[in-house]
Design a protein around this ligand. Structure first.
Ligand SMILES: NC(=O)c1ccc[n+]([C@@H]2O[C@H](COP(=O)([O-])OP(=O)(O)OC[C@H]3O[C@@H](n4cnc5c(N)ncnc54)[C@H](OP(=O)(O)O)[C@@H]3O)[C@@H](O)[C@H]2O)c1
Length: 409
């Protein structure tokens, strides 16, 4: 049955303002925004002040409002709003990856307990319809991997670093001036944003709920000019990938810069674009590509969720309910580790080394390394950059057994 929607909108910034315009300009839906809650009443707005309130109760206590669209930039305040909305029996659409990734299990259970829709397509890769596809189309256990560029800011910076002879700081400053990076870019460039999105992707692709902080994370801040040169010489490009893979009967996930070759679909995904590859056991690789941010692209994903709520759409979370997989943090991957302080390389333990180079300005090693050792590097302050290869991830226990057998023979 189609529901007549009265929307209570939280946030009138980039995405909230975009949704308002799309809804009003397009006439695509017979849904209307009844009230908008914002934070700062003194700001100039593009529409009449009678549309706004700073009191969240004006939306949450209004029985006529049956859908809350949460588009604010404060995950803690968003948590209060969303939980309150569920308790009032209101459906919720959100774009807030930090909120969702940090409270995934709780919000899923609460929305089920109160029998309301809680959907959030725009939270992962903006305009790309990846979550509903993972829920509905890939509604079985045939996915072997999901990986992609989930953050436009870092992809924009990496693209410019390759194309122009500029330092990381120069490119970042320019990205900020052009609106491709926030004034505080930490969440993007240190990989947190990609980590939140991967948490959500893993839940919808494999039915595994993991804490975001349990996903190994490297950002792009330590990438050196020499790393870009190494990539160029080998015909590779560097992409910050959110990557989850089925390894035996477990799921592994990590966020890190990766070398990608011409064969990989992400090789040609440049600037602020996002792309997600879904690898199926039988269908092989399929690529979803599009704008991962921005007022209209993100607003359009929110609009699609609003439209879905009209038909009472809810995620079934079937994979989570039927899941028998665990998240595995005992693994090893092929990595390139480089540093300007060549002595730092001696302290890094590899399981095996394929290539090593010692130079005056920069030294590196390429080889198989455990997640534990990578974590140690991630947590250290050393000036060491890590770029992974797309070679398969090895399960730690199986790999250890193999190494023991080799030593025995
Ligand atoms: N920007 C993108 O392209 C994009 C893409 C995907 C997902 N998202 C997600 O979408 C959400 C919104 O992002 P945005 O870029 O639109 O943010 P934004 O431009 O900074 O706007 C944030 C809005 O939230 C309002 N706000 C903040 N705290 C509030 C509170 N406690 N109560 C009511 N309103 C409050 C602000 O009010 P004032 O106007 O009064 O300051 C502002 O209107 C975030 O979760 C973000 O991660 C954004």
């Amino acid at each position: 049955m189609r529901e007549n929607l009265k929307i209570g909108l939280f946030g009138f910034g980039c995405v909230g303002g975009g949704l308002y315009e799309i809804l009003n300009k397009s006439n695509l839906l017979d849904a209307s925004i009844k009230k908008i809650c914002i934070k700062d009443p003194s700001k100039d707005r593009s529409i009449d002040s009678s549309n706004f309130t700073t009191n969240k109760a004006d939306l949450l206590e209004d029985d006529e409002i049956n859908l809350i669209v949460e588009l604010i930039d404060d995950a803690d305040a968003a948590y209060e709003i969303v939980v309150e909305a569920f308790k009032k029996g209101k459906n919720v659409v959100s774009a807030n990856k930090k909120l969702i990734a940090n409270h995934f299990a709780e919000l899923k259970e609460l929305s089920e307990e109160y029998g309301v829709s809680f959907i959030y397509e725009a939270a992962v890769c903006g305009s790309i319809p990846i979550l509903r596809n993972l829920e509905e189309y890939y509604n079985n256990d045939a996915i072997s991997a999901v990986y992609g560029i989930c953050n436009g800011t870092t992809n924009y910076i990496l693209t410019r670093l390759v194309n122009e002879n500029k330092s990381f700081d120069e490119v970042l400053k320019n990205a900020q001036e052009l609106g491709f990076a926030e004034s505080d870019p930490t969440l993007d460039i240190e990989g947190f944003d990609s980590q939140f999105k991967l948490q959500i992707l893993i839940a919808h692709a494999f039915g595994v709920i993991v804490k975001p902080e349990d996903i190994l994370r490297f950002g792009i801040t330590k990438i050196q000019e020499s790393d870009i040169k190494f990539a160029k010489e080998k015909g590779l490009r560097i992409r910050l990938l959110s990557r989850a893979e089925k390894v035996d009967d477990t799921i592994t996930g990590l966020v890190a810069p990766h070398f990608v070759d011409e064969e990989d679909a992400t090789y040609g995904v440049n600037n602020e674009f996002n792309a997600v590859t879904v690898k199926g056991l039988f269908a092989d690789k399929q690529l979803f590509q599009g704008k991962g941010a921005g007022s209209y692209p993100t607003g359009s994903a929110v609009l699609s969720d609003v439209s879905a709520v009209r038909y009472n759409y809810k995620y079934e979370w079937r994979k989570i309910k039927e899941n028998s997989l665990n998240f595995n943090n005992d693994f090893a991957v092929k990595a390139y580790i480089s540093t300007t302080e060549f002595l730092a390389l001696d302290g890094i333990e590899f399981l095996s080394v394929e290539e090593s180079f010692i130079g005056l300005d920069n030294s590196y090693k390429v080889g198989l390394i455990t997640r534990e050792e990578l974590l140690r590097i991630a947590e250290s302050k050393a000036n060491v950059s890590v770029v992974l290869f797309q070679d398969p991830i090895h399960d730690g226990t199986a790999l250890n057994q193999k190494l023991i057998n080799i030593q025995k023979n």
